[in-house]
Design a protein around this ligand. Structure first.
Ligand code: F6R
Length: 253
């Protein structure tokens, strides 16, 4: 795994946006895997700016989001549909038909998972998968467990995740308990993976991820098996790493 330790959130966001830009310049019909949450917001701002400056054309880009809350319709302000349009899609020239996000209000949720999985397969593989990381090491909403389903599936969110995400809702009762998430198999099939983390609340999860010890109790540890992962972290997220752990990875700048 390549690890880039940067000064702060803004630098993480700028470096991440540069990598996305390079990818789209190299392959205009890039398939991007996208994350929501606080972490990629800065990167999306930079991507919008780059698009407005004429540096990136999204007209042939295809996107697949990692997840969506069950029970929130696309027009719900806390749904990941809403988030993506508000923070990226409304500001760039992506085609609506090239956007894919699981439908959290589908009548048949199991069928929706199968449909999403078929859509990913139909397109082939994700070229660049962008990931955030949960405080418990989840990627997408693949939560720590004894075993983890590998395909797109319905997941019950852990208390840790519900607590971490309550900041977006009026009260903890409003946080959905379930979500649809892309499985680890599609994430791991991506040609390239870029994981972003900022702040000391992510330091423990990053330390576990870089240990090189695989466990379903920390889903991000699976990334050690992928041949092309770049992790961009700021000083806070890197704060618990020892020299020994850093010696296991390729430091890059
Ligand atoms: C979001 C997602 C999650 C988040 C993670 C970190 O689509 O899949 O894995 O990336 O929960 O969230 P933030 O960035 O809000 O700390």
């Amino acid at each position: 795994m390549k690890v880039m330790i940067v000064r702060d959130y803004d630098e993480m966001s700028r470096r991440a946006a540069e990598i996305v830009k390079e990818q789209i310049l190299k392959k205009p019909d890039t398939v991007l895997g996208l994350a929501t949450g606080s972490t990629p917001l800065g990167m999306y701002k930079y991507l919008i700016e780059m698009h407005k400056n004429g540096e990136i054309d999204f007209s042939n880009v295809i996107t697949f989001n990692l997840d969506e809350y069950i029970g929130l319709s696309p027009d719900h302000p806390q749904s990941y549909h809403y988030y993506m349009y508000e923070n990226l899609f409304n500001h760039i020239n992506i085609k609506k038909e090239n956007i894919h996000i699981p439908n959290g209000v589908a009548e048949d949720l199991e069928e929706e998972c199968k449909r999403y999985e078929r859509e990913i397969r139909r397109i082939g593989r994700i070229d660049l998968q962008i990931l955030g990381i949960g405080v418990n090491g989840h990627i997408g909403f693949n939560e720590p467990d004894e075993s983890i389903e590998t395909k797109t599936h319905i997941v019950t969110l852990t208390e840790e995740t519900i607590n971490a995400n309550k900041r977006f809702f009026k009260s903890i009762e409003e946080v959905p308990r379930r979500a649809i998430t892309m499985g680890l198999s599609s994430i791991m099939k991506a040609r390239k993976i870029m994981l972003l983390a900022s702040g000391s609340n992510k330091a423990k999860a990053i330390k576990e991820t870089l240990k090189g010890r695989l466990t379903t109790k920390v889903p991000s540890t699976v990334l050690a098996l992928h041949p092309d992962v770049t992790i961009i972290i700021d000083k806070g997220a890197a704060s618990l790493l020892t020299d020994e752990e850093l010696a296991n990875v390729e430091l890059t700048d």
